[in-house]
Design a protein around this ligand. Structure first.
Ligand code: HEM
Length: 510
């Protein structure tokens, strides 16, 4: 090619590119985007997001309305914050919003998006959800594990009893129960017992889970401004890699042990826990998409993480709210004494007869949803919502935190008042868009039934078995109700509390 031809081609290419970018800009300018604050260059609206992003976003939505568009660095973020908008994003146009954005957390903590939570919409994720529905969380399987939940709840009640009158850190005890329940269901045993040969101590493992949750929920600047990602200004990516290495060591050990047990049992092997099931599925030649070893590890980690933190956080919030309103405690114990009596503990099947306890659980999830803006979604294609244009790749948040406080939906929304649910047919299963602690639609939490069972049964038994008081002369108005932001929005200051037994003493020794 001579020099002239080269220059002519280069010149033509430049003109074409300029025309294209002009056309793109013009078409973007013609877009009717949802209302929102004017973005700054580079950072967009990140300057408006404080340390509790769900509260900043809630405040902004009060100004801009039920659908607004923000800019986080170079990405458009659309926030839906009314029942109507939740219905559009999670029901009528759910299929277009059933993808997740690519984030550092997904990349570094879930084997490059190989888990369920962060895997993009597509055949791998669809297969994962099918496994959840048919195998991992089928009603039959959950029922078969009920004895585990029962044993671990009794262990909790016994341990609280043994600390009667002393100050306890409730959340620690609660997360031990959830961790034990979930690790027995998923891993087949506690694995994390304090023993010489344990791979990781329970305390260390809880710290790993807390870290994983926090890092999966944080606003990592590099996710919004990709060209500064390599600097890792907040140090989150480094922490993600560290926690992921720790999990990997643990998960490798778990898989090796499970495989060895399977080999030893030969033909007669029967899967008893979820890792067994996943390993079996990984060998299934009929599977549409191959589930590799790292996929089994990623799923296992998802199940452990999803199952441990959320229920403990919710029950801690419930007890904190009740401490502020002792009349709720009275009503709850009146119901428990009437329906259950003083000579037995509450079983999962009793919940149908304990509407007030159920109402406390729902009211807690209304005001303190574990994921206040669910887990971010991503628009798969350009579309229109409420007459506004939403472009492909836009990140979508549904602020269930705002919906739970919407005065058009709830009377005196700021008040903790379980009575509002009595006689109402509002459930948390993703049908009633005013109450969506587990989300709704295709990406809804697959563990909702398990999570809800654990929350209800734990809460019911804590209220049945003990009277709860704040330590010393502390007054209920002194109880701090601040949150910290992460994937699970726990209390900023863990609840320190004193329990006194309410039932005949021999009950606590069962
Ligand atoms: C109190 C208990 C729980 C709450 C409040 C909760 C809440 C949520 C929420 C809000 C989402 C996002 C939904 C969306 O994007 O629309 C989610 C997703 C998920 N949850 Fe849960 N969850 C709980 C318990 C569990 C349990 C027990 C497990 C498993 C053992 C679990 C596993 C998952 C997984 C794997 C996803 C990702 C689903 C997907 O992206 O397809 N969760 N959960």
């Amino acid at each position: 090619m001579d020099t002239n031809t080269y220059y002519t081609l280069a010149w033509l290419a430049t003109v074409v590119l300029l025309l294209q970018s002009f056309r793109l800009r013009r078409s973007r300018r013609n877009l009717n985007s949802p209302p929102g604050p004017k973005p700054w260059p580079i950072i967009g609206n990140l300057n408006l997001i404080g340390s509790l992003p769900h509260r900043s976003i809630h405040d902004l939505s009060q100004k801009y309305g039920e659908i607004m568009q923000l800019k986080f660095g170079s990405y458009n973020v659309v926030v839906g914050s009314s029942v109507e908008m939740a219905k559009v994003f999670l029901k009528t146009q759910d299929v277009n919003f059933a993808c997740r954005p690519k984030t550092a957390a997904g990349k570094y903590t879930t084997y490059n998006y190989s888990d369920i939570t962060w895997s993009p919409y597509g055949s791998y994720w669809r297969q994962a959800r099918k496994m959840c529905l048919m195998e991992l969380f089928s009603a039959k399987r959950l029922e078969s594990y009920e004895y585990i939940r029962k044993e671990e709840t009794y262990a909790l009640l016994k341990s609280i009893f043994s600390s009667s009158g002393a100050e306890i850190l409730l959340k620690d005890l609660l997360s031990t129960v959830s961790l034990n329940v979930i690790s027995r269901m998923v891993l087949g045993k506690r694995y994390l017992d304090e023993s010489v040969d344990s791979v990781v101590s329970p305390d260390e493992f809880k710290k790993m889970l807390d870290e994983l949750f926090l890092l999966n929920g944080v606003f990592n600047i590099g996710d919004s401004i990709p060209w500064i990602d390599f600097m890792d200004l907040q140090g989150y990516v480094k922490r993600m890699k560290t926690v992921s290495r720790k999990f990997d060591r643990f998960l490798e050990h778990v898989l090796d042990e499970h495989n060895a047990r399977r080999r030893a049992a030969g033909e007669g092997f029967v899967a008893t826990d979820m890792v067994d099931l996943l390993l079996q599925l990984a060998e299934d030649p009929e599977l549409d998409v191959k589930l590799e070893r790292h996929g089994v590890k990623a799923f296992t980690q998802d199940l452990l993480a999803g199952g441990t933190e959320s229920s403990a956080v919710t029950v801690e919030w419930a007890i904190s709210e009740i401490l502020k309103k002792p009349e709720i405690f009275q009503k709850a114990t009146e119901e428990l004494d009437r329906v259950i009596g003083k000579n037995r503990w509450v079983q999962e099947k009793d919940m149908a007869n304990l509407p007030y306890i159920e109402a406390i659980a729902k009211e807690t999830m209304r005001l303190h949803p574990v994921a206040p803006m669910l887990v971010p979604r991503r628009a798969r294609e350009d579309c229109k919502v409420a007459g506004y244009d939403i472009t492909e790749g836009t990140r979508v948040l549904v602020s269930v935190w705002t919906i739970g406080r919407d005065p058009n939906v709830w009377d005196k929304p700021e008040e903790f008042c379980p009575e509002r649910f009595i006689g109402k047919k509002i459930d948390v299963m993703g049908h009633d868009f005013e109450l969506l602690p587990f989300g709704a639609g295709r990406r809804m939490c697959p563990g909702y039934s398990l999570g809800y069972k654990v929350i209800e049964a734990t809460l019911a038994n804590l209220l049945h078995g003990f009277e709860w008081k704040l330590p010393g002369k502390m007054n209920s108005y002194e109880l701090n109700m601040e949150e910290i932001f992460g994937l699970s929005t726990p209390k900023k200051y863990p609840l320190v509390i004193v329990a006194e037994p309410r039932l005949p003493l021999d009950m606590y020794h069962h």
